[in-house]
Design a protein around this ligand. Sequence first.
Ligand SMILES: [Zn+2]
Length: 246
Amino acid sequence: MASAAGSIQIGDRPLHIAVGAGHHNVTGGAPYEVTLTGRICLAVVNLCRASVGFDDRCYTPGDGLGDHPGPVDAGPHEVATTWDPEWTVDIFHEIHAQAAPNNPNERGVFVIYPDSPADGDIDEDVRKYGPTMARILANATGLPVGGQNGVGIMSEQWTWVGSQGQRLRVFEATASAGMRAHSCRFLSEVGCFTNAQDRAVLDRADFPDCQARGLVRAYASLAVARMGWTFAYSIAGDTDSQGPIR
Ligand SMILES: [Zn+2]
């Protein structure tokens, strides 16, 4: 199980990815981030469709451009309760960008993993492999690696919500027994839009496509390295996509 690192064995079949655009729900968020996460989500869906081995389903309406009619955890809850029992979710991922209005120097890419010892919900695979995924995303976008200690991985307990003693609702909603056992779950925070240097990168017209390429490479790399994925995948437009990218 994901809480016991390295115990998942997907084997030789396409990878099942449940992806969503952060803040595309009635809870909402910063307009800049909402627009950006939707465009990135659509680019991920399109790249998965054009590639071989990535069975991607989007829980945000309109392949990322619409809004889920429920609150922040309604889409993720639907994934855990209605998708996963019939279509084993290998990777659950929600797309975000960071804001740090009180620290204009804050930059970079990191991944947030479920970390709630009280619930027996710690994703050890993502905790261990997150720094590699952050490097893949940094390489694909031109952003630096950032986050807690600057190594590209952050416990949910280190987030603002976690610091209030609460769980991230997205992780709480997907902490079913099945998904705790066989899924890797994470949020990506790619770039900090309150930093001028990061903002210039995020504003680029090709940024959603660049990030999508990094995300699909990161899915594949995580699945090969930590989840026993042996399918002969290929990412459209990549020349070296057979085998893990590190
Ligand atoms: Zn966000």
